[in-house]
Design a protein around this ligand. Structure first.
Ligand code: NAD
Ligand code: UPG
Length: 471
């Protein structure tokens, strides 16, 4: 049997990955009909909104959707129809950390993957290539295959591929247009290799052949967890060094620059920060920790666990620095927090360091004013309620104000905390900010974003993560 020529793709899950990934496939492959399905009607409606008020913010995404939607890109809640008509199905559903039961707090919750797989098994009436796009523990494809094969109808077959996604939020469209690599894992049988080639041909419409890597299924699944673990490990390493810098008078920018010049280390992903956030790093490392423990490799588990522990330490260390610097108490003090998203150029707040810092400030009974250019108000209230379950929403709302500009946030405050690296925070009129703040006026830069010397000349007392010199 020759590889199937893919003409109809269905993507189950219209989230941060399914939406942008399959929108780009539709744009680059006008001969393929791409239908993205989701059970969440509000989300699908937003993808279909006439004024392109899409459910997620990603630079360049609206442009892609404008070109392809209605041509060969469709969004729908009719999951069964999407499955039935497709010859290739991406499973791009959420795989959050389990909240209860075996492996709670570490293992990935594979319930959504299993439900989507069972749905495919239940409604498919022709052969399908099923592609695991979600990030999953090693050997999940085997469980999917067992479910699908146990339910396949006569004359139909299912081939399972692993095709993890490496896009980063905020740069998703650029990453998808020009990926470092596309990874496809398959069984090494002839059928597995044929299915792999069918998917490789889809990417071949815009990705150079040498960037499409084909490997075994389990290597592909593990590579995704490994890539995130190694990236997060770099940040925890530089953040650990930032603590040494603060204690010794060394400067983390200079240290990162010096070590990054070594071509074996390289300069990227060495920016000290208030801690990494996002829906993936912590979840995927905990997943790796769980996998290692399940495989009776406790030393390996402890090694990776430390990356997350260092991140927790960095976040609480930063909160403590703010309290210590503001004369050991922030009770009743007014603090502006600039940035709520987990990184710049996204409205996503999942595991954002900002949430932990604000939770700490609320526990100290400070008043906090938040500004973020992209995060919705309702999301902020939800995140803070979940982060501080000992406080009622009413109490939180008495202590927290959400405003619509950085200048407004900083008015009459004793301190400004930069929690997300939005470019606009660098370009605020800091002279005006200073004039309108209580004195002494403190700035805490958790993102190495502002020119500390310039701010000091204006009169601010500046504390920057990873810099020995203070105030
Ligand atoms: N967010 C990222 O930047 C990123 C990058 C690479 C990989 N990943 C991985 O990709 C996966 C998806 O992540 P995401 O951020 O897009 O999640 P998300 O929560 O934004 O989207 C998942 C969507 O799947 C839908 N869904 C769940 N079960 C369904 C079902 N049975 N039928 C139809 N729809 C269903 C949900 O309603 C939701 O809209 C995760 O495994 C994640 O780890 C995420
Ligand atoms: O030098 C750095 C780089 C990043 N960060 C922080 O690290 C977090 C994650 O950033 P980034 O990796 O850019 O964004 P994500 O969207 O979480 O992307 C990661 O997680 C995705 C989901 O698995 C993968 O697909 C991507 O390859 C991987 O980079 C954010 O809070 C950043 O502010 C730093 O503190 N310092």
């Amino acid at each position: 049997m020759a590889p199937v020529k893919v003409t109809k793709i269905c993507c189950i899950g219209a989230g941060y990955v399914g939406g942008p990934t399959c929108a780009v496939i539709a744009l680059k492959c006008p001969h393929i009909t791409v239908t993205i399905v989701d059970l969440n009607k509000a989300r699908v409606d937003a993808w279909n909104s006439p004024d392109f008020d899409l459910p997620i913010y990603e630079p360049g995404l609206v442009d892609v959707v404008k070109q392809a939607r209605g041509r060969n890109l469709f969004f729908s809640t009719d999951v069964d129809k999407g499955i039935r008509e497709a010859d290739l199905i991406f499973v791009s559903v959420n795989t959050p950390t389990k909240k209860s039961g075996v492996g709670a707090g570490f293992a990935a919750d594979l319930n959504y993957v299993e439900l989507a797989t069972r749905r495919i098994a239940a409604v498919a009436t022709s052969s399908k290539i099923v592609v695991e796009k979600s990030t999953v523990p090693c050997r999940t494809a085997e469980s999917m295959r067992t479910i699908l094969e146990a339910n396949s109808k006569p004359g139909t077959r299912f081939d399972i591929l692993s095709n993890p996604e490496f896009l980063a939020e905020g740069t998703a469209i650029a990453d998808l247009f020009k990926p470092d690599r596309v990874l496809i894992g398959s069984l090494q049988s002839q059928e597995g290799k044929d299915a792999c080639q069918s998917l490789a041909e889809v990417y071949g419409n815009w990705v150079p052949e040498e960037r499409v890597l084909t490997v075994g299924l389990w290597s592909s699944e593990l590579s995704k967890l490994a890539a995130n673990a190694m990236l997060a490990q770099r940040i925890s390493s530089i953040n650990a060094l930032s603590a040494i810098c603060e204690a010794t008078g060394a400067n983390i920018d200079e240290v990162a620059h010096a070590i990054g010049f070594d071509s074996r280390i390289g300069p990227k992903f060495l920016r000290a920060s208030v801690g990494f956030g996002g829906s993936c790093f912590q979840k995927d490392i905990l997943n790796l920790v769980y996998l290692s423990e399940s495989l009776h490799l406790p030393q390996v588990a402890a090694y990776w666990r430390q990356v997350v522990e260092m991140n927790e330490y960095q976040k609480s260390r930063f909160s403590k620095t703010v309290v210590d610097t503001l004369f050991n108490t922030i009770t009743g003090k007014h603090i502006a927090v600039l940035g709520f998203a987990f990184k710049a150029d996204t409205g996503d707040t999942r595991e954002s360091a900002s949430i932990s810092i604000i939770r700490d400030f609320l526990q100290e009974r400070a008043y906090v004013t938040i500004y973020d250019p992209k995060v919705e108000e309702a999301q902020i209230w939800q995140d803070l309620s979940e982060a501080a379950p000992n406080l009622t929403l009413e109490t939180i709302k008495k202590q927290v104000t959400i405003v619509h500009s950085a200048l407004e946030a900083c008015q009459q405050k004793e301190a400004v905390v930069i929690a997300t690296e939005w470019k606009e925070f660098r370009e605020i009129d800091w002279e005006t900010v200073y004039q309108n703040m209580s004195k002494p006026a403190f700035v805490f830069d958790g993102r190495l974003l502002v020119d500390a010397d310039k701010l000091r000349k204006i009169g601010f007392k500046v504390t920057t993560i990873g810099r020995g010199e203070r105030l």
